[in-house]
Ligand binder design. Structure first.
Ligand SMILES: Cc1ncc(COP(=O)(O)O)c(C=O)c1O
Length: 363
């Protein structure tokens, strides 16, 4: 009997031989091909040294990964910078926008520390004001006289709710930074419709790459507003010009300082697995499986946290630590959300109905 597309996808990820892996919101499953590509590249550099050919291969690997990230975001490659994490992209935006004392940044109170941490630091060091409003109310909470930036999740890491559609209108006048850690690779992305100025994403989550990968998309319209942080030789169009050297005019100006060829190649190999499966199918199947899990949890008497059609499913447990222990013992990988009574499952296109049943049976 021919294997189904889901079986074909699952075969690429060794973790499914062991456990029901539902934790891509932290780190996605790693594709075997990613490990092979990374290891090949590491071995080659050990055997042949890291001379000109190594640096040329690194350059080619960067541009290949940029293409794959651009495909995942539906973006033009020249607007995509390579970073080491979602958080790095957000730090680059907060540091590069030229925010001044008294400028207001509007955010939501339960954003991830990857955003709240840098915001709190900017409040201390730059003297900016940080105001919060619930994610769903952010568009209405904007004060055109004071708000200089709106920074919030595209998809909430706690609830799986989407940023409100009204932010697209806000984005016409005020830059919007979307934290796409739970968006990139997980849900369909229409950057034009989102109307954001900046979209920061992770490589290690829904794109299944190694830790130390990510991307920052910069809208062409806002490009001139974002100064690169310490543009160094990978960011300079002609580094040989010394003090006269200028950053690349495109998003390469915001590329991270250094990433090894093996990491770049592993990230590209994982992204290629998903690209080959077809991004529309990957998104549609993940959303359908997440919805199926939410229904199953409700049928099992659990309160599911109100969510949108994303890949995050959080639910309430009377004793989340004990429930997490039971699930872990049953070979189900999910996580607890600190400061809440919730457990969170991250459901991908790679998750079979058997994975969901295993979770529900172990509750
Ligand atoms: C919404 C959100 N933002 C930011 C982060 C931090 O991501 P990274 O490790 O890629 O910086 C996470 C990670 O869990 C997240 O869920």
């Amino acid at each position: 009997m021919p294997i189904t597309p889901v079986e074909a996808l699952r075969e690429q990820f060794p973790v499914f031989e062991q456990v029901a892996y539902l934790n891509a919101g932290t780190c996605g499953p790693l594709a075997a091909q990613a490990l092979r590509s990374g290891a090949d590249s590491a071995l080659r550099s050990a055997e042949q040294g890291r001379g000109k050919a190594y640096f040329e291969a690194m350059q080619a690997a960067k541009e290949d990964l940029r293409d794959r990230y651009a495909a995942a975001l539906g973006a033009d490659r020249s607007d995509v910078a390579l970073t080491t994490a979602t958080s790095e992209g957000m730090v680059r935006v907060l540091a590069g926008l030229g925010l001044r004392p008294g400028d207001e940044v509007l955010t939501a109170p339960d954003e991830h520390p990857g955003l709240l941490g840098p915001l709190a630091a900017a409040r201390r060091t730059l003297g900016i004001e940080v105001r919060t409003a619930p994610l769903e109310a952010l568009a209405d909470a904007v004060d055109p006289a004071r708000t200089r930036l709106v920074a919030c999740s595209h998809v909430s890491w706690i609830t799986g709710r989407l940023a409100p559609a009204g932010l697209a209108e806000v984005g016409r006048e005020i830059p919007v930074l979307l934290d796409g850690a739970q968006g990139a690779g997980a849900v369909p992305i229409d950057l034009g419709a989102l109307g954001c100025a900046f979209y920061a994403g992770a490589g290690q989550k829904w794109l299944c790459g190694p830790v130390g990968t990510g991307m920052l998309w910069v809208a062409p319209r806002w490009r001139d507003r974002l100064a690169p942080i310490g543009p160094t030789y990978p960011n300079l169009a002609d580094p040989s010009e010394g003090l006269d050297a200028r950053p690349w005019p495109d998003a390469r100006a915001h590329d991270t300082f250094a990433q090894s060829t093996q990491v770049l190649r592993a990230a590209a190999a994982s992204a290629a697995v998903l690209e080959d499966a077809g991004w529309p199918d990957v998104h549609a199947r993940a959303a359908a499986q997440a919805a199926a899990l939410a229904r199953g949890l409700q049928d099992a008497g659990r309160r599911v946290v109100p969510r949108d059609a994303t890949t995050i499913v959080a639910w309430e447990e009377a004793d989340p630590d004990a429930a997490l222990e039971r699930l872990t013992a049953a070979g189900v990988v999910v996580r607890a959300l600190p400061g809440t009574p919730y457990l969170r499952a991250s459901v991908g296109a790679w998750n079979s109905s058997a994975d969901l049943d295993r979770l529900l049976a172990a509750l």
